[in-house]
Structures are given as structure tokens and as C-alpha cells.
Write a protein that binds this ligand. Sequence first.
Ligand SMILES: Cc1cc2nc3c(=O)[nH]c(=O)nc-3n(C[C@H](O)[C@H](O)[C@H](O)COP(=O)(O)OP(=O)(O)OC[C@H]3O[C@@H](n4cnc5c(N)ncnc54)[C@H](O)[C@@H]3O)c2cc1C
Length: 527
Amino acid sequence: MTLAPVARIDADVAVVGSGFAGSLAALALLRRGRRVVLVERGRHPRFAIGESSTPLANLLLEELSDRYNLPRIRAFSKWGRWQRARPDVACGLKRGFTFFFHQPGAEFADAADHQRQLLVAASPHDDIADTHWYRPQFDQALAEEAQVEGAVYLDTTRLERLRHEGGCTILEGERDGRSVRITARFVIDASGPRGFLHRALRLDEAPRRWLPATQGLYTHFEEVDRWDRLRPTSEPPPYPIDDAAVHHVFPGGWIWMLRFNNGLTSAGAALTDPVAAALGAADGAAAWSRLLATLPSVADHFRSARAVLPFFHAPRLAFRSARVSGPAWALLPSAAGVIDPLLSTGFPLTLLGILRLVDLLERTSAGRDRDVALLAYEQATLAELDATERLVAALYATMDDPPLFKRLSLLYFAAASFSEAARRLGRPGLAPGFLLCAHPTFGPELTACAWVAASAPQGSARRALEARIDRAIEPFDTAGLLDRGRRDWYPVAAADLMASAEKLDATPMEILRLLERTGMVPAAARN
Ligand SMILES: Cc1cc2nc3c(=O)[nH]c(=O)nc-3n(C[C@H](O)[C@H](O)[C@H](O)COP(=O)(O)OP(=O)(O)OC[C@H]3O[C@@H](n4cnc5c(N)ncnc54)[C@H](O)[C@@H]3O)c2cc1C
């Protein structure tokens, strides 16, 4: 076939993939005066999975917006701001992380001590709450922002070849019957797992090391009932149970439920291979029905629900690229690896990667310094994916053991809330690496605890592990996570952060100012 004349584009940076991550990277680079071409193989609006944000993810979004002067992006970092500034972009209210632990075939039942549940609040009220991003509209809005700021945007573009020529990368492909030729000094791959550079450069896939093989089965529904309507609690929970990332955990897998404010709910399951095989996960809707038949209390949510899209079956959820960067190219963390949605780790990992990469491109120019910095970026990205994989693998190993699962998950909540507070206080050095993985004591302890937990310890070995987890958490616990009196229902309490000032090298006044600045307490509380 002969293609019509060539569209030639010369750019400082080519960003491949216009999900939220590619558009944010493009926006930051544009703000630093770079010429950016943003290449998308599809067209917005489009479905994308990965929807639930976290306090750390939203803080990183805020940091990015402030660093690169992107006030319209900042609006997306909290529920209240978002509703006021962009009511046209759907999202969900996320006040916390809800976990219920099910026994297949049995109705969910629990006692007053909440043995079979864990509720961890992420915000004290709606206005400063986190959100679930309704990706068809959210990603479209960000891609539009990138265009407004000056990105050359090429959607429906099929990139076919890549080669290096005179210090530049040439990307060639086709759009609307015309050939496209992009000359770029740097390429950022934001095209997701097994994406553009992974294929074009024939990068090796790294094996999973700790995580069992898992599959995904998911879609969007309407008319999904609420847990708090079906099963009202006798005492008030720390936040409305369904205004959260709801996790229904069972041996060998778990279901997520994320409610949006447009009447839709994202729901799906991550299943280990044996469970997926037993359900025939590739059958889509029929497999979902078979799964719900084993979980009667989850099925109650879906009595009147209807899927509004066909089911997606992902035969393999996890992915790791062996390489993350090279001369004049880098994968964003979301292109370098996917672990599992269990702890909503994808967004913060990706946002950390964008901040690092754009900073790196600003600080260095092509040559040895940049190559060294790119290597450090690769090592940091791989180390963070490792830490995430270890912890999530340990959680998979304990899905039939709710007390140990819950205790382990506190490592995540401690690391995430400590990191958030440290960054908000302007002391990011206190919290190095995602999950504090580069911290000299917490990092190795997280590894050790995850490793021991994966061997299903019993008796004294188990008690020793529980004590070890508590010891690892204690210096970083700014959220009252070790207070057993809370019976696994954790509110966000300003007093917990106030009591943790020393752990954060901060004065009580600094903590009070932080609480006021972030809307955790009204400014008047100072008097
Ligand atoms: C089942 C599941 C659930 C998840 N849930 C969560 C969650 O709740 N919270 C969380 O933090 N993370 C979650 N994640 C991770 C999350 O999905 C990712 O971190 C996030 O989607 C990354 O966004 P992105 O913009 O980098 O990539 P994507 O959203 O994958 O976007 C990539 C874009 O690149 C385009 N593209 C692909 N190939 C090419 C090409 N060759 N040329 C041009 N364009 C191309 C695609 O069309 C797409 O628009 C989940 C992941 C999975 C698998």
C-alpha cells in the first residue's frame, strides 16, 4: 500500500501513550519549555482499568501540579475541589480502604471485634477525600489539557518502527492513511504493560519472583447495591463503608468494588490461576456468575446489577519488564510493571516515576550524567516494584488467614501514611522509596516480614512474626495502627498525627499547621 505524504514532527520528547500518565508527563515537560509530541494508538474517550487513587497518589498529583504550575490538574487531587472545578468529569468518593474476608459458600458474618474485616479511613471528611478516577473522562480531560498547553497530539496512530540516527530517535508509523515520522531526542513510554518500547526494543520480560500467577476479570456495572444498605452496622463505622475501595477477600483471590458518581460501579476480581481455572475465568460473564455463587454476601450487591460493558479477562495480571531505561528512552513505572491492584499501588508508583523522570530530564542533558541518572531511575523503579510484589505476594499467601493478612497490610498503611506526612512537612528524605523500601530499617524489615509470612508460620513462629511486624511499624505509625482497641476500624484522627510529631522530626506547631493546611482540622482549632 502506498501511503499519502509524510507528516514530519520534530520534538524534544515523544511520549507514547495518552493515559493519565502520558498526559501528565507531557504537561510537566511542556511547562519546562520542551516540545512534546503525545502519541496515542486509540482515541479518547476510551475504557481503562485502574481507577482507585490513594492519599499518597493525590499528594503526588498535587506536588506535580504545584511544581509545574498546573492549577487545573490540582483540581483533581481531592474530591471537593474536583466537584467544584470539574463536575463534568465523573469520579468516585473514596474515604478509605474496606476489607471483608469471606469463606466460600458461607454468608459473611462477624463479631463485635471485627475479626473478618478491616476499615482504614484515608480522610476525615468528604471535601478532602480521595477519588476513584472514571478513566474514560479523566484521561480524556488530561489529554485535552496537554493539547491546550501545546502538545502535538496524534491519536489513532500506529507506530511501527523505531531507530536511532545522529543522537535522535526516529519513530515511524501511520495515521489516517498518512505516514508519520517523529524525530525526538528522548522517548517516554507511557503505553502500559507490554507496551510500545517493550516490543520495539524487544526487552525481556522479567519473571514474577514472589507473587502467584493471577488473572483478572472485570467490567463496569449499574445498579450495584450498597453494603451499608444491605448490612447496616450497629455502631457508626469510621466512614461510609461503600464510599471506599471495597475489597472482598477469599482464599485465592479478591473482588474490588469502586462506586462512581455517575451511577456506575467498577467491579472485578483478581484470581490465582487455580481459582480462575475452576471458575473458567475466560468465559467472562458466566465466570463472574459462578464466582458470585460462591460468595453469597457479595452476590447480594449484584441482585439487580447489570454489566454495561462486556467483561474483560486478563489472562495474566502481573508484568515486569527486565529493563526500564536506556540511552534516550525510559518506561514509566506503569509500563515497566504491574503487580496487582490489591493495595492501589499503580498510581503512586507511576506518579513518583513521572516526577523523577521529568526532574532528571531537566537536570541533565544527553551524555554520561544523564545515562547515570537513567540507571538510577531504573534501579529505583525496579526496587519499588520488588517491594510491592513482596508485600502483595505475602497478602496472597494469607488470604485464608484474615488476622495475619490484616497485620501485614498495616505495613502498607504505616508506610503510606508516614510517607504522606513526611512529604507534606517538606521532609521527603524521611520516607525514601515507595513503601519506604529504601529506608535502612523499614525496607529490610518489610522484606523479612513478607518472606516469613509467605511460609504460613504457625505457633511461636507466627507470634514472633506478629511482634516483628509491630516493631517494624511502630517508629512509622502516625495513624494509631497499633492501637488494638480500635478493633481494626481505623478513623483518621488529628490526635494520632499530633502524637507522632517526634517520629516526623516535627514540632507540634508544625503538625498543627499541616493539619490546618490540609483541611484535616479547621483553622480555628488552634485557639
Ligand atoms: C485490573 C487492574 C486494576 C488496577 N487498579 C488500580 C487501582 O485501583 N489503583 C491504582 O493505583 N492502580 C491500579 N492499577 C494499575 C493502573 O491501571 C495503572 O497504574 C494505570 O492504568 C497506568 O496508567 P497509564 O496512563 O500509564 O497507562 P494506561 O492507562 O494503560 O494507558 C496507556 C495508553 O497508551 C496507549 N497505547 C498503548 N500502546 C500504544 C502504542 N503502541 N502506541 C501508542 N499508544 C499506545 C493505550 O491506548 C492507552 O491509552 C490496576 C491495574 C490493573 C491491571
